[in-house]
Design a binder for this molecule. Structure first.
Ligand code: FAD
Length: 288
């Protein structure tokens, strides 16, 4: 049974911060509620002690998408539909646009928010790989502090982040990627819609003719949390993006993933799939 819980609906960020600074009760922020409500219904350990929900949907400071000082700033409580239909995201962040399009169903995308996705930090959270290749940073506030850190640093493990009890994520900032960068997002689920990811990849790269100037690679769902691969990125920089090389890069990504997860009963099946799907994705990006 879903527990009976008090809900507060503050009107501005200061009110939210004031509520969260009260250490006497267990508060939980609710945005779209697509993870919170499911968690409460399932009596999940992560939500069971919640005494008061703090609804942030009316807080202007965590809404809106704008471009300023070479960055795109996305309000933490932007829904996936708002992100998908935003012209700045469409022209500057196609990998994020493609990632949000794969999430749940239209009804879920109309409610679910971007910060809710990475604060929940399920291994299969679909926006994480896209945000990682874009070098996203996040702004976090409490009554007595304001900090901005990289998303990778914020994510600590499956369903674990650096967020403290009195903090809220307010905005996600992404440096505008130069137009010379190309990339893609890939999700493999059991169905086309309302499917939990089995594999996600995001790649953002700059090619100079056939040479890879720079590449950013992230994988999710097959790793404990969404993760970048800095060693692989270094190895690939400066190399010719010919068929043999992208095949070897895909093969190495599979090996890196096994290093992170260890060999499992499913590895025999998953490893060749990961390698083949990543190879196909690189072929599409480099038009091989
Ligand atoms: C049917 C269904 C299908 C789904 N399909 C997918 C899918 O395909 N891909 C996918 O990735 N996910 C999927 N999800 C999961 C879910 O929709 C996403 O994780 C969603 O992005 C969560 O956002 P929300 O606004 O609903 O978060 P909420 O449920 O409101 O909150 C989630 C967590 O984030 C915290 N939180 C929210 N906003 C903030 C903030 N600004 N600052 C600090 N903490 C915050 C909350 O306290 C809570 O711990 C699905 C869920 C359902 C029910």
């Amino acid at each position: 049974m879903i527990p009976s819980i008090e809900i507060l609906i503050p009107k501005n960020l200061n009110e939210v911060l004031g509520i969260l600074s009260n250490q006497d009760k267990n508060f939980k922020i609710i945005a779209g509620g697509t993870d919170v409500v499911t968690g409460l219904k399932q009596e999940s350990n992560r939500f069971i002690n919640t005494e008061v929900l703090v609804d942030i949907n009316r807080i202007a400071e965590v809404k809106g998408i704008e471009k300023r000082n070479g960055k795109i700033s996305i309000g933490a409580a932007s829904t996936f539909t708002e992100i998908y239909t935003n012209p700045i995201v469409s022209s500057e962040l196609p990998i994020l646009k493609k990632a949000v399009a794969t999430i749940g169903s239209l009804q879920i995308r109309n409610r679910a928010t971007i910060a809710g996705n990475f604060v929940n930090n399920a291994p299969c959270a679909d926006t994480v790989t896209a945000l990682l290749v874009y070098n996203a940073t996040i702004e976090i506030e409490s009554t007595n502090s304001k900090r901005e850190i990289s998303l990778q640093e914020f994510l600590q493990g499956p369903y674990k982040t650096q967020l403290k009890k009195d903090e809220i994520v307010t905005r996600i900032n992404i440096p505008v990627p130069p137009k010379t960068f190309v990339g893609d997002f890939y999700k493999l689920g059991r169905r086309q819609a309302v499917a939990i990811s089995r594999i996600t990849f995001a790649v953002l790269m700059e090619l100079n003719g056939n040479k890879i100037n720079e590449i950013k690679i992230a994988a999710g769902a097959v790793t404990p949390i969404g993760t970048r691969f800095p060693e692989l990125e270094k190895y690939a920089a400066g190399k010719e993006a010919n068929n043999d090389f992208i095949k070897s890069l895909a093969s190495k990504l599979g090996e890196e993933i096994i290093k992170l997860t260890g060999l499992r009963w499913s590895s025999e099946y998953k490893l060749p799939v990961v390698q083949q799907m990543f190879y196909q994705m690189l072929k599409r990006i480099t038009k091989k």
